[in-house]
Ligand binder design. Sequence first.
Ligand SMILES: C[S@@+](CC[C@H](N)C(=O)[O-])C[C@H]1O[C@@H](n2cnc3c(N)ncnc32)[C@H](O)[C@@H]1O
Length: 281
Amino acid sequence: MTKHIPVLLDSVMRALGDIAGKTIVDATFGAGGYSRAFLNAGARVIAFDRDPTVATDAKKMCAEFDGRFEFIPRPFSHISDLDGTYDAIVFDLGISSMQIDVPTRGFSFRGNGPLDMRMSGAGVSATELIENTSVDELAQILRDYGDVKKAHILARVIKNAQPKTTFELRDLIHNPHDIAPVFQALRIAVNDEMGELTRALNAVPNLLNCGGKCICVTFHSIEDRIVKNTFREWTTPAGDPRMPTIVSAPFEPIKTVTPPATEIEQNPRARSAHMRGVTKL
Ligand SMILES: C[S@@+](CC[C@H](N)C(=O)[O-])C[C@H]1O[C@@H](n2cnc3c(N)ncnc32)[C@H](O)[C@@H]1O
């Protein structure tokens, strides 16, 4: 299995500044690359991940950084249940290399496995989603979350065939350019990724200390748009008629960063990444 290489970690660390003694929420533990960097820089970390397979690594990290690391095995929308306020909340969105590389998880069209795609292993799988949605709903998912052209025709083909494996789904898609977008769209729907992100971002303003930062690393235009628009609202001065503000506290933008060519060369997963951030004033 490929080891997950953290994307834009140097930029995230630069954006966070000196975090020694600070408390950071790592909303997406994954392989623990970000959490480890925060801990090594002297921070306390509370990490979330909805994937039960990362719990073993998280447990090891608890033992290694006794008292400074806590793991919460839940979806990150549950940050709203946290008490207190924090110095930073960091989201490294999407899926990890471990998830995509294990064919039995059903995330990838490059290996054959059950069409599952559930990060948490619970709830409705991609196969069940296809069974339970109408052609119109499926077409909407393909359009909204994959920008798939001729989504209705493809949705009908998929619905009629009821694929049970990743290769069965892949082989139904005749235009090779549509394969990755269709898989992405189903994954986003199965995991309610945009709902999770929206609910979590809504909770952020009240969870940050003054001077606290929210940093998001995004991997596709749909989640990036949500983060960009949310941060734009937060950083627009109250009373600006062009934008109804949704929070009382003003925020300042942190410069958006994309990976340098050298990082993309070493880690092709980084190629579509954007790091966006805001500081609470
Ligand atoms: C890109 S990886 C994070 C990698 C991590 N930053 C590292 O350096 O190893 C994304 C992780 O976020 C988790 N994840 C995605 N959406 C989530 C959600 N709504 N709630 C909790 N965890 C989520 C996935 O299970 C995956 O493990």
